[in-house]
Write a protein that binds this ligand. Structure first.
Ligand SMILES: NC(=O)c1ccc[n+]([C@@H]2O[C@H](COP(=O)([O-])OP(=O)(O)OC[C@H]3O[C@@H](n4cnc5c(N)ncnc54)[C@H](OP(=O)(O)O)[C@@H]3O)[C@@H](O)[C@H]2O)c1
Length: 504
């Protein structure tokens, strides 16, 4: 047994709703800890790129279609996952949705959609996967809840009700399955910026409002959840079940100011976003210069800069820094620049570093793009594209390796999916030889099937002719062979049925 309590090597984890947002982050965190993955979406094609990214980490990955509102779809997903891996160790019940409306405007359809997805769906996914865990007397179910498991928010009535239900469901399942070696916990994120609530984060006033209520003074970033999900999935949490772990920067404390804020007090400095472990935490920002008397308008510019810092958008912070710099002494410029770098840019630089080391080129690029405005001022930011380019080579190598492996296994479906991925990530010159290789093999396969079809026809082996013919139509629908087969398919079926009858 591994001595690392958080090691998930050899475990199989299902993450539902992994096409974007927190679901992808959960899957990444578990894969980095060693787990093989089953990832799901209602649109399985949307998982292709992410699947390759996970495979780039050396994990086995199965992408499966799943609509948690459809009972049969749940059963099919669980069976397919179990059949592929032979066991299921971890379930992250993440798929979820939301409807934001004042309670008086909520329709029965709104209510049903949220409840069916977040509560009914979570239960039946847990049930379908849990049966395999109970049989093996091992399992870790992690239901994704929310800070709304424990508190109410205006405009979120169905969502809060569904999340309260998830918390209760967690306790009930924990009691049910504890004797069978399966733990069930709820991981409850606070306020995180994802597609589900992107509209809120476009509203600067709202961001300020919510930030003010979070003791750690910033909304969450998806990687803030890495530690909690790995913990609940691992042996480190073996004796914990039925619990709800809030990862919310403290907002569930109730965070209400019980004394008036002191007038004229400095605006709180947002806590710097910590880089995920094992990256060391960024040093605390230097104290802000306070001499506001030297230049006219300087005090206002400092206030505006501080205000901009709370928005957490590097480009905006930089814009206000530039305006402020006109009024600063050289020493102050150095101090403000250093502060800006540590607050707005260093976390992303660290994150890109880490992602580059683990070969997550696409994610690294996303983080680098968020801070590219700082390239002119900060050499660490300017160096990011080169760093990523180097990692891209590693990424390309892993893509090509997977492609060749699929090719050697004659898994042409997988090889073609990887080819599509290459089209998106490689230059046409880089991708060309592989596309040519695939074309040649496909051609050979088509000809081989065509010859086998003709020979079966000549031998009057209608059963074989039908089998090969149907394969031709399925795999090469536009080929001349397929047209030929289609023209005679009914007759072939009759003949094959007669031949089959004769064989009994
Ligand atoms: N973002 C936050 O601040 C926050 C806070 C607390 C809790 N949460 C919860 O955390 C989970 C992920 O949140 P997110 O912000 O990442 O949301 P998101 O960006 O909207 O992603 C939701 C995921 O759920 C999947 N999904 C939605 N309806 C589904 C259905 N009927 N069947 C199967 N899959 C379905 C989506 O997949 P497809 O569309 O590809 O099928 C998508 O992958 C959700 O349960 C959410 O309620 C989020």
């Amino acid at each position: 047994m591994s001595h690392n309590l958080f090691d998930l090597s050899g475990k199989v984890a299902i993450v539902t709703g992994a096409s974007r947002g927190l679901g992808q982050q959960f899957a990444l965190a578990l894969a980095r800890a060693g787990a093989d993955l089953v990832i799901t979406s209602r649109n399985v094609e949307s998982l292709t790129t992410f699947k390759s990214e996970l495979e780039g980490l050396g994990r086995r990955v199965l992408a499966v279609q799943l609509d948690v509102r459809d009972f049969m779809s749940i059963q099919t997903m669980a069976e397919a996952a179990h059949k592929f891996f032979g066991k299921l160790d971890i379930l992250v019940n993440n798929a979820g949705c939301n409807v934001r409306k004042p309670a008086l405007e909520v329709t029965p359809e709104d209510w049903d959609m949220v409840m069916d997805t977040n509560l009914r769906g979570a239960f039946f996914v847990a049930q379908a996967v849990g049966q395999y865990m109970v049989d093996r007397r091992y399992g870790r179910v992690i239901n994704i809840g929310s800070v709304t498991c424990v508190s109410g928010y205006a405009g979120l009535a169905p969502y809060c009700a569904s999340r309260g239900g998830v918390k209760q469901l967690t306790m009930s399942l924990a009691d049910d399955w504890g004797p069978h070696g399966v733990t069930v916990n709820c991981l409850a994120p606070g306020w995180f910026k994802t597609a589900q609530n992107a509209v809120l984060y476009q509203d600067a006033e709202w961001v300020e409002y919510i930030t003010d209520r979070i003791p750690l003074n910033r909304p969450g970033q998806p990687h803030d959840l890495d530690g909690a999900v790995v913990f609940l999935a691992s042996d480190a949490s073996a004796y914990i079940t039925g619990q709800t772990l809030l990862v919310d920067g403290g907002i569930s404390t109730g965070s209400t100011h019980a004394v008036p804020k002191r007038k004229g007090a400095a605006a709180p400095t947002p806590a710097p976003t910590p880089a995920p472990a094992p990256t060391p935490v960024a040093p605390a920002p230097p104290p802000m210069p306070v001499d506001a008397s030297a230049a006219p308008g300087k005090e206002e510019a400092i206030a505006e800069f501080r205000e901009a810092v709370t928005k957490e958008d590097p480009a905006i912070i930089l814009e206000y820094l530039r305006a402020l710099e006109q009024m600063l002494t050289p020493d102050e410029v150095t101090s403000y620049r250093q502060y800006t770098y540590l607050t707005a840019f260093a976390p992303n630089v660290k994150r890109v570093d880490e992602l580059c080391q683990t070969g997550h080129w696409m994610e690294a690029k996303r983080f680098a793009d968020e801070v590219r405005s700082g390239a002119e001022l900060f050499e660490e930011v300017a160096a990011l594209p080169a760093k990523i380019a180097a990692t891209r080579t590693a990424f390309k190598d892993s893509l090509l390796k997977n492609f060749k492996e699929a090719f050697d296994r004659e898994d042409m479906q997988r090889a073609m999916a990887l080819l599509e991925e290459m089209d998106k990530t490689l230059t046409p010159e880089e991708a060309a030889p592989y596309a040519e290789m695939a074309r040649e093999v496909l051609h050979a396969k088509k000809e081989n099937l065509g010859v086998r079809f003709k020979m079966s026809m000549e031998d009057k082996d209608w059963i074989q002719a039908l089998r090969v013919g149907e394969q031709l139509v399925k795999e090469f629908p536009n080929s001349a062979y397929a047209k030929e087969v289609e023209g005679m398919i009914n007759k072939l079926r009759e003949r094959a049925a007669r031949q089959m009858g004769g064989k009994h």
